[in-house]
Ligand binder design. Sequence first.
Ligand code: MG
Ligand code: MG
Length: 267
Amino acid sequence: MSLIKSSEEIELIRESALLVSKTLGMLAKEIKPGISTLKLDSLAENFIRDNDAEPGFLGLYDFPNTLCVSPNDQVVHGIPNEKEIENGDILSIDCGVLKNGYFGDHAYTFEVGEVESNVKQLLTVAKESLYLGIQQFKSGNRVGDVGFAIQNHNELNGYGVVRELVGHGIGKEMHEKPEMPNYGRKGTGKKFKDGMVVAIEPMINLGTSRINQLNDGWTILTKDGKPSVHFEHNIAIIDGKPRLLSTFDYIYESLGINSNEEDPFKD
Ligand code: MG
Ligand code: MG
């Protein structure tokens, strides 16, 4: 696999990334107290298949479902189940699709009903850090520039940056090189060039950065039981600049939110 994608390949990854974005937009309308995460999973699987694509996570490393759904103190890789979500929960949903031989991979943390103000602040800061990281994904910069921007913003706000799980290149494989840590030193690591496509995905904890894994072999949760959030975009470098292939716009449309946060990364 090549780190550099052709413009045709970037358009195919964009198509897959946009289908993930639409899937999350569809789910945004369904996320209410009383629905189970397994129900959300089946809605997502049907939606993806109806759009001539396959769930990207189902069967990947033997993962059993279409969505990773990680409530509250779960960081990532939560397995959907029959438990109903409740008012005040947060729900990190990570979704991948495979269409025309290319993957998309995109995540958002949703609020269920009314969420505590300190958790709202965590959501705001973590999402800001995603865009600060994306700003650094441009020709001539390096992997450490993205990681530093994400780490710095979250740690200045007192939050824990998960180290064990990282972003990645994406294309014909879900997980390609380079690894994209959410921490790092400026000016270090792989140099970025036009045509690179990556997933940047900060996983940010209200408390400690330390994590545990459940004995289901998948679910990652915070060591101190405090909430964790996860935002992920797919981004290409085009004409030297970061360009979003995924979008939160479908989520915002479903939730009635006006946002111009993605404008700097669109043509
Ligand atoms: Mg990813
Ligand atoms: Mg993901």
